[in-house]
Design a protein around this ligand. Structure first.
Ligand SMILES: [Zn+2]
Length: 326
């Protein structure tokens, strides 16, 4: 008997519809730490492995909690054909009144859930509850990153209506895994958000604006590419998997002209902005007594770039191919 287990293409191509893949989520949370101000940096850096590993908790929960799924997306193309999104009230209570809660839950609530998580994090800071601060920071980072994935603003989230099945995992997992080593993910210092709900909305609106690029370019590429070379077989340990070929991924990635890198960078900065905003709103509690580590001096920008490059290398060495199957 063949010692290699073959994963059916259908299983493979339906994987990864949760956004960014585990690899991307881990990278976003990890790199967001380096945008924090000195008063927060030591604490977050001391707990960076926790923040990295637990960035994927909300996706794991989706297998067991039916209320979880809608927190990860908002299908703005259900409501609008193009920007601006003026049929959906930005405030939750107004949106419920106009559209009903059932409708909102059916088409996703990610901007509002980000606001909920931000409030929870603010309270965790006020209580100086180490476990809560870390758990909620990790999960807030997840939802913020999800909001930046274009297909998380679309009902056609996996190309299922346009014969592009699998494109979700292709964009959010396969491309970052193959190409993020060359990205410049240094995003500079984070900022305070005066209206975080508005920023959460902007993330989803930016995703909505990118849907045509994600789907349209893949369709276009299929007309100019030998489709017999679109997929290839790779090995994950002793398991064979069918995946988008490197050649096809490279051609598509070039057409996207930095879209994945831009959305990753915007995710990283927004995660840091949200963490920072919660901390400021909580009255800037001293986090030093929450960590056993001695406070480390804040590195310079060039040192930070080196640290981030090292972090990326580390992540690339531990890269995950695809996503966990259930
Ligand atoms: Zn998710």
């Amino acid at each position: 008997m063949n010692k290699f287990k073959f994963v059916f293409p259908f299983l493979l191509l339906t994987q990864g519809v949760f956004a960014w893949g585990f690899y991307g989520h881990k990278m976003v949370n990890r790199l967001a730490v380096f945008s924090l101000p000195p008063e927060m940096f030591s604490f977050y850096k001391a707990n960076i492995d926790y923040l990295t590993e637990n960035s994927v908790n909300p996706d794991k929960r989706r297998y067991s909690d039916t209320a979880e799924a809608c927190r990860h997306y908002i299908d703005l193309d259900h409501y609008e054909k193009s920007l601006p999104i003026d049929t959906v009230p930005k405030l939750w209570n107004d949106a419920i009144k106009k559209l009903t809660k059932d409708t909102l839950l059916a088409y996703g609530i990610v901007p509002w859930h980000i606001q909920v998580m931000l409030t929870r994090l603010t309270y965790a800071f006020k209580e100086k509850d180490l476990d809560k601060i870390l758990r909620i920071s990790a999960e807030l980072g997840h939802y913020v990153a999800d909001a930046h994935v274009p297909l998380h603003a679309s009902e056609n989230y996996n190309g299922q209506f346009t014969n592009q099945h699998g494109i979700h995992g292709f964009w959010e997992s396969r491309l970052p895994e193959l190409f993020s080593a060359d990205y410049d993910l240094f995003v500079g210092k984070c900022m305070y958000l005066n209206n975080p709900l508005e920023n959460a909305w902007q993330a989803s609106e930016g995703s909505f604006a990118g849907i045509d690029t994600v789907l349209g370019f893949e369709r276009m590429l299929n007309n100019n590419f030998d489709v017999s070379r679109k997929y290839s077989i790779e090995y994950k340990g002793a398991t064979q998997i069918k995946t988008y070929s490197k050649e096809y991924a490279l051609a598509y990635h070039q057409m996207l002209k930095g879209q994945v890198e831009r959305r990753l960078k915007e995710s990283i900065l927004m995660v840091a902005n949200m963490w920072y905003t919660a901390w400021v709103n909580a009255g800037q509690p001293n986090l030093d007594d929450l960590t056993k580590d001695k406070k480390q001096p804040k590195p310079s920008d060039s040192e930070m770039q080196q640290i981030i490059a090292d972090e990326q290398k580390l992540l690339n060495n531990n890269r995950m191919i695809g996503r966990e199957e259930k």
